[in-house]
Write a protein that binds this ligand. Structure first.
Ligand SMILES: Cc1cc2nc3c(=O)[nH]c(=O)nc-3n(C[C@H](O)[C@H](O)[C@H](O)COP(=O)(O)OP(=O)(O)OC[C@H]3O[C@@H](n4cnc5c(N)ncnc54)[C@H](O)[C@@H]3O)c2cc1C
Length: 310
């Protein structure tokens, strides 16, 4: 059976891996230049910055076992512990994990899906560049507001439920410093008020060489009230608020990323939503069930199971 998966974030990659394990053939279509979605790592001037998910936790037996597999493969390791529970980082950045998962899959990058239709007993997906991909079953893992735009009328009676799934937005400011950050041994702080939600030094985190290479995430409130302002103004306000954690070092270079969809703040209770009409379709991602990276994984797994049983 041939399946199509939209999105090469953790949910899409997990769904594709499990569809393959169940004997199916999955093609993953990703609009970006690399796999990973919000498990994102960027290089600036030779240093690596995790600018999406910062760490992952594993509470369910299924996800714990996946994380053990990633540790054994050398792509994940423990970063720190809090309340007795391990927080894991990707080795050389969070993006190492999706890259590892994508390596054995048919992932088509730079393939933004702009149209989907069920015709002649198959899903037909068209990319922005005009390529067409066909499959008997479909998993869509784009953040739900984007998935809804793509689905158009196809979502049918599910539309009301899907519209209730909402995400916060988040600015991620990456700043390369000319000296060490003032973030101490732990390498991060979580003020969670004013402009700054979280600051981590990627050099202290162990994913890049020094000097200080900080990722600053803005609070949801700050991000939403400044979302459309010029990058220079946003960066200026965030750096001013973060000054006390930069160890007196100057900023050599910075880049700002705007995550329109960051964390799912209201989620669907089920780990995925499946529809048989007009054709086999499952919606998945961190908007369903459990939150964050673990939620994306569990949702991708549930999507593969649901689709294979349709
Ligand atoms: C700033 C930030 C900090 C975070 N911190 C943490 C954390 O510390 N711990 C944690 O557990 N979680 C964290 N998260 C959340 C975590 O990153 C997500 O829950 C998880 O990565 C979501 O995975 P996903 O596969 O559901 O979605 P995504 O990773 O968003 O994947 C969806 C993919 O679909 C692609 N796509 C969308 N539309 C199309 C289209 N039309 N055609 C083709 N492809 C398309 C996108 O490019 C993307 O790659 C954070 C997120 C952000 C943004």
């Amino acid at each position: 059976m041939k399946y199509l998966v939209v999105g090469a974030g953790l949910a899409g990659l997990t769904a594709a891996r499990h569809l393959q394990a169940l004997g199916g053939q999955a093609t993953v279509l990703e609009k970006g230049r690399g796999p990973g979605g919000r498990m994102a790592t960027r290089r600036i001037g030779g240093q690596r910055f995790d600018h999406g998910a910062q760490y992952l936790t594993a509470t369910s037996p299924r996800f714990r076992s996946a994380v053990e597999g990633w540790r054994a493969a050398g792509v994940a390791e423990e970063w720190f512990r809090e309340g007795g529970r391990a927080r894991y980082r990707g080795v050389a950045g969070m993006n190492a994990i999706p890259k590892y998962l994508a390596a054995v899959l048919d992932v088509r990058l730079n393939s933004r899906i702009v149209e989907m239709a069920w015709r002649g007993g198959e899903w037909h997906l068209r990319t922005e560049a005009g390529e067409e991909h066909c499959g008997a079953g479909l998993v869509v893992t784009a953040p739900v507001p984007q998935a809804l735009e793509l689905l158009g009328g196809v979502a049918g009676r599910m539309e009301g439920r899907l519209k209730r799934i909402r995400y916060t937005s988040c600015f991620a400011l990456m700043a390369a410093l000319d000296g060490d950050s003032g973030l101490g041994e732990a390498g991060f702080v979580e003020p969670g008020e004013g402009p700054v939600q979280w600051i981590a030094d990627n050099a202290r985190k162990g994913i890049t060489e020094g000097p200080g290479a900080v990722t600053i995430h803005a609070t949801a409130a700050f991000t939403s009230s400044h979302y459309d302002e010029p990058a220079e103004r946003v960066a200026g306000l965030m750096l001013e608020a973060a000054q006390g954690w930069l160890g007196g070092s100057g900023v050599r270079e910075w880049q700002l990323h705007r995550w329109r969809y960051s964390m799912a703040e209201t989620r669907e209770a089920e780990p995925c939503l499946a529809m048989k009409e007009p054709g086999p379709l499952v919606l998945a991602g961190d908007g369903f069930g459990f939150p964050g990276v673990e939620g994306a994984f569990l949702s991708g797994f549930a999507a593969a199971m649901a689709l294979s049983e349709m």
